[in-house]
Design a protein around this ligand. Structure first.
Ligand code: NAD
Length: 350
């Protein structure tokens, strides 16, 4: 995966990593357990600072997102977070959105790549989505005008657009990709998406060797399901990035595989793109690959490149054999079977 531009800090004390671990709700504890097993098998000198959030915190009489959790993440700077449930319709704000806002985790980076053994209708998908993570319609500015009318406000600023677009261009430069695709709906939202597009054009001037390809979001959806292999680095705003990354996950085998990094200047949170999968929680059926891929990104961020490579290769090796496929991939393996195979594979690297 090698996402070295993700690094928020250049130096870290490698003698002992301290990571805030949120084990999450639903399938969260099951897939976190696989990740902890894998990180331990890598012989990484790591200390997990386990924190409770989400519904499992509420059930223990704790807040959905407590100051202790925020303090732990602020101190450790790195967090591995399994999915969390935000109760619907009880006045709770999404914990995920709150964390992104609190730590100004402006870059949501989601790599999506075909795996040879996982057969879908598409091959050779290898793209990475840079999604602005703090504004747009997700800014949470909504107003009830009357009983029959509600408004949501879309916020786009030049400053926040510039930093995500620059992140995408820096990645393209480092990985020798000569096209960055910017996705908007600037033909309709001429002011807000127009500003996003104009800012992308401005940033491109600093990267004369990289072409800025401009595409509207509806067309992008069609292009991705017809010619996904044509795209590589995509940059977009919050809502389109959310939708496009789920769509792209479907091209390569589903949500059980895809990870996301949430990167700020100081703090980074690594997670799976999927949710808590309440329909299979506690049944030993969850696919842990997405959260494991989040661990790969986290290790790269920590400059633990060798360990990241071992983990990534071990995941590929496990997925080479359909006997290790969990139910979502059409197999019958349990989460615990996958864990056992993965740990054997990691240990075979000595
Ligand atoms: P979901 O991603 O939890 O589930 C969608 C479908 O995908 C389900 O059928 C589920 O069984 C399957 N699935 C998801 N992950 C899987 C995995 N690792 N292995 C096997 N199958 C998997 O989406 P949802 O049902 O819309 O949301 C459920 C809950 O998750 C909601 O409370 C939502 O708020 C929360 N959520 C949290 C996050 C997060 O914490 N980052 C993200 C999305 C949704």
């Amino acid at each position: 995966m090698v996402i070295s531009t993700l690094r928020a800090r250049e130096t870290l004390d490698l003698s002992a990593h301290k990571i805030t671990l949120i084990q999450g709700d639903g399938i969260g504890p099951e897939i976190s357990d696989v990740c902890v097993g894998a990180l331990k098998a890598l012989n990484l000198n790591v200390h997990f600072d386990i924190q409770e959030a989400g519904v499992s915190a509420l059930d223990k009489g704790l807040p959905l997102l407590s100051d202790d959790v925020l303090k732990s993440i602020q101190t450790n700077k790195i967090c591995l977070k399994a999915p969390l449930t935000t109760p619907i319709g009880k006045g709770f704000r999404s914990v995920n959105v709150a964390l992104r806002k609190h730590f100004d985790l402006y870059a949501n980076i989601r790599p999506i790549k075909s795996i040879d053994t996982i057969k879908t209708r598409f091959e050779h998908v290898d793209l990475i989505i840079f999604r602005e993570n703090t504004e747009d319609i997700y800014a949470g500015i909504e107003k009830q005008i009357s009983e029959t009318e509600a408004h949501s406000i879309k916020i786009i600023t030049k400053e926040k657009t510039e930093r995500i677009v620059r992140k995408a261009f820096e990645y393209a430069k480092e990985h020798k990709v000569n096209i960055v695709t910017v996705v908007t709906k600037a033909n309709i939202m001429k002011l807000s998406d127009g500003l996003f597009l104009d800012t992308a054009r401005l940033v491109q001037k600093d990267y004369p060797d990289i072409y800025l390809e401009e595409i509207l979001v509806d067309n992008m959806c069609m292009q991705l399901v017809m010619y996904p292999e044509k795209y590589n680095v995509i940059v977009t705003s919050n809502l389109y990035g959310d939708i496009l990354s789920d769509l792209a996950a479907g091209l390569v085998g589903g949500l059980g595989l895809i990870a996301g990094a949430n990167i700020g200047e100081d703090v980074a949170i690594f997670e799976a793109v999927h949710g808590t999968a309440p329909d299979i929680a506690g049944e030993d059926k969850a696919n842990p690959t997405a959260l494991l891929n989040a661990c790969v990104m986290m290790l790269e961020h920590m400059n633990e490149t060798e360990k990241a490579n071992i983990l990534e290769q071990s995941i590929f090796k496990v997925l080479e054999d359909p006997k290790n496929f969990t139910q979502d991939l059409g197999g019958t393996a349990k989460t615990s079977d996958y864990k056992k195979r993965l740990i054997q594979e990691i240990q075979s690297h000595g």
